[in-house]
Design a protein around this ligand. Structure first.
Ligand code: NDP
Length: 305
């Protein structure tokens, strides 16, 4: 028999875990379905210094605290990859792995996955020198030379982390100006291991068993050049995981879920939180706010239904 929950939360990142904490405290029978590790992208962030209440904390430690808090108030957490959500009458069915579960309300907080550079060699060398996670793979590059693609907060923060291991880190960014927060830019510019290739895009990754070389193009001069690198870390933004709710939620032009001020989608009882939603700022601090809002709104929705 299919289990029926008051609330199923898809995604165990900061927004999902916060929703779980609030829903548990509201005595809702709550299940969180997480694809991989609780904390999501936060869990593989080296250090957070802009999450209020902690002057500095690793993403792994903050994830563990959030998970513990959600469990403490009764939220159940399972691992599973959610493929589809359906609504029939007032009941949602959430399909994950080869199972399904029913819920009276759903908070969709599945987060996002790293955007690919889509250049020749990227797919072939993923796991063999091409990486999307410095915290996971950085230690393999002790005394080696790595390229970091992108000019946003992720790219610069991960480049700083990589200097713990690599002999040199070269940030390759498609424009002359970086997008990252000024305070992170200052820290990067002070680090003697970090160099820049600006106005430059990567066009090819090559090697034999492992990454050995990359080709880049200067977008101003159009000159293509080849450089030796042992690793390529790609941080050019993230793509929201929205396909399980296609049909139930309206999407923005950027492919993010449009929600109202209570976090509800166009389908009553289906809420969305965190990186999957259309909003200005994607930070852990804003994700937890989304999670809290959705959980309280779901509680109100359930009380009326
Ligand atoms: P962003 O979207 O902020 O930045 C992506 C970077 O990659 C930009 O510099 C962009 O260039 C570049 N880029 C995008 N597409 C391509 C492409 N196809 N080829 C080459 N370059 C490309 O993503 P982030 O992952 O850095 O950050 C995501 C969110 O998470 C942001 O809101 C960020 O603030 C937040 N974050 C905050 C952190 C913090 O400590 N405060 C840490 C990490 C993330 P361009 O600038 O030209 O658009």
């Amino acid at each position: 028999m299919t289990a029926v929950y008051d609330l199923v939360i898809v995604g165990g990142g900061p927004s999902g875990l916060t929703a779980g904490l609030y829903a548990g405290r509201a005595m809702l029978k709550t299940l969180i379905i997480e694809r991989a590790i609780t904390g999501g992208l936060m869990a593989v962030t080296d250090k957070l210094e802009n999450y209020p209440g902690h002057e500095s904390i690793t993403g792994g430690d903050l994830s563990a605290i959030m998970e513990k808090q959600a469990r403490k108030f009764g939220a159940e957490i399972v691992t599973g990859d959610t493929s589809k959500i359906e609504k029939n009458g007032a009941v949602f069915t959430v399909f994950y792995d080869n199972k399904n579960v029913e819920a009276r309300a759903v908070i969709y907080a599945a987060g996002s996955v790293p955007r690919k550079a889509t250049v020749p060699g990227e797919k072939e060398f993923t796991g063999k020198g091409v990486s999307y996670c410095a915290v996971c793979d950085g230690a393999f590059y002790r005394n080696l030379r790595v390229a970091v693609i992108g000019g946003g907060d992720s790219s610069l923060k991960e480049a700083l982390f990589l200097t713990k291991f690599a002999s040199e880190v070269v940030i390759i960014h498609r424009r002359g100006e970086l997008r990252a927060e000024k305070i992170i830019q200052e820290e990067v510019k002070k680090n003697s291991k970090i160099k820049f290739m600006l106005d430059t895009v990567i066009t090819e990754i090559s090697g034999t068993d492992f990454v050995e070389k990359i080709k880049v193009k200067n977008v101003k001069t159009e000159v293509i050049s080849e450089h030796s690198f042992d690793g390529v870390f790609v941080f050019i933004g993230y793509e929201p995981q929205v396909s399980p709710v296609s049909g139930l939620a309206e999407l923005s032009a950027r492919g993010r879920i449009i929600v109202d001020k209570s976090g509800e989608t166009k389908t009553p009882g289906l809420f969305a939180a965190g990186d999957v939603t259309e909003k200005l700022v994607n930070q852990v601090a804003t994700a937890v706010g989304d999670g809290a809002t959705c959980a309280v709104a779901a509680e109100h929705y359930l009380a009326k239904s």
